[in-house]
Design a protein around this ligand. Structure first.
Ligand SMILES: *Cc1c(COP(=O)(O)O)cnc(C)c1O
Length: 377
């Protein structure tokens, strides 16, 4: 959210154009909160949420590990000071030559979700540790990752058995309950599935060691979300319920929960208009939209808190849109956004909770608009 440091930065530096400002103190607080509520889990920050070098350097210095999805992300994490032992290649969809390059860089932990990926990994990263991702339904998540990644638990057994047969270290199971997950029971269901895979393979003498519990930890947008402590308790309770006293090693991979609330986007109102004389809904056009970094407003999935200097006065529902010449560049229309009646062209607005999944989702120069600028303070 807009911390005193962020507000001070904006007031004194007055950056022109839309920009994201990230407060590193908040990232550090988030890291320590994860450490505190899940003390036995290793934290692998999901680099894709915000790969700013300052954020990666801070997290590396705090002892974080890193979940990377490409060779470029692996190199960014290494440049920030992480050793290869603290990096996983967590994308289940990789080119064989990228697996080979990661292996050359020293990476020894890889995600798979099918025998085809196991075969690539066995050729390009012989003997490496692999964990198999199982499907979750993503129910309860505002940004579900659904069917694209993972396989059914029964198939995960085959995948890991195949990995062992090809000389890989069949190391564990992973899942992701869906991003911005506010249903605490989602981890319980997924851990139940993970335990089934552990149990079946144990009967064949393949002893898995690790459960990668993924991301999904929410950040607060407009609605309240359960506190970090509630997540910690629910997850630890589910681990005990399914694994009893034989707790596996565990990993968590927070992205949004690590950086979402650390960033604020400053934007400017470009135009306020109506579509007809008797139109009650104002159209408010900002200098940032879906192509400038707010891609997660797709299907109006993520609803960011927006603050203005007129807050507290009367409001009316507005359609909120971006500045580009694409009609898809409308953020909130099905559920219009209440904004102050006194809001005027040229006003600045703050879009809060935008530290995750914004800078990397900005287009290169659609309509000539430059990619979202970012300041990490
Ligand atoms: C995106 C991603 C994450 C981070 O998810 P959040 O919901 O942002 O915490 C973690 N793990 C994997 C494998 C991912 O793809």
């Amino acid at each position: 959210m807009a911390t005193a440091r962020i507000l001070d930065f904006l007031a004194t530096r007055r950056p022109s154009g839309p920009c994201l400002v990230v407060d590193l103190d908040v990232v550090e607080e988030n890291f320590r909160a994860f450490e505190k509520v899940l003390p036995d889990s290793k934290i692998y920050y999901a680099v894709k949420a915000n790969p700013a070098p300052e954020i990666l350097r801070l997290l590396a210095s705090l002892g974080s590990s890193f979940d990377c999805a490409s060779v470029a992300e692996i190199e960014m994490a290494m440049d920030a000071g992480a050793s290869a032992a603290r990096i996983s290649f967590g994308n289940t969809i990789k080119k064989e030559r990228d697996i080979a390059r990661a292996f050359e860089l020293g990476i020894r932990l890889f995600a798979v979700d099918c025998v085809e990926e196991v075969e690539k990994t066995a050729r390009a990263a012989p003997g490496a540790r692999v964990f198999c991702r199982v499907l979750t339904d993503g129910a309860g998540a505002e940004w579900p990752l659904s069917r694209k990644f993972g396989c059914a638990p029964d198939m995960a057994v085959d995948v890991l058995r195949h990995a062992r047969a090809l000389g890989l270290d069949a190391y564990g199971v992973s899942f992701h309950v869906g991003s911005q997950q506010t249903d605490l029971s989602a981890w319980d269901r997924a851990l139940g599935d993970a335990k089934k895979v552990f149990g079946t393979l144990a009967e064949e003498g393949i002893v898995l060691k690790m459960v990668n519990m993924g991301g999904g930890f929410p950040t607060r947008y407009l609605k309240d979300v359960p506190a970090a402590q509630a997540y910690g308790q629910a997850i630890f309770g589910a681990l005990r319920k399914h694994f009893g006293n034989e707790l596996p090693e565990t990993i968590i991979e927070p992205g949004r929960g690590m950086v979402g609330n650390a960033g604020v986007i400053k934007s400017e109102v470009v135009l306020i208009s109506k579509k007809s004389a008797d139109d009650h809904t104002r159209w408010v056009f900002l200098d940032i939209g879906k192509f400038g970094g707010l891609a997660e407003t797709m299907d109006e999935a993520i609803r960011y808190p927006i603050t203005t200097q007129h807050d507290g006065g009367p409001t009316s529902p507005c359609v909120l849109a971006g500045p580009t010449c694409d009609s898809a560049d409308v953020m909130y229309e099905k559920m219009p956004y209440p904004l102050p009646l006194s809001l005027t062209i040229g006003d600045e607005v703050l879009i809060e909770g935008t530290g995750a999944y914004t800078t990397t989702y900005a287009s290169v120069a659609f309509n000539g608009f430059e990619p979202l600028r970012s300041y990490v303070i």
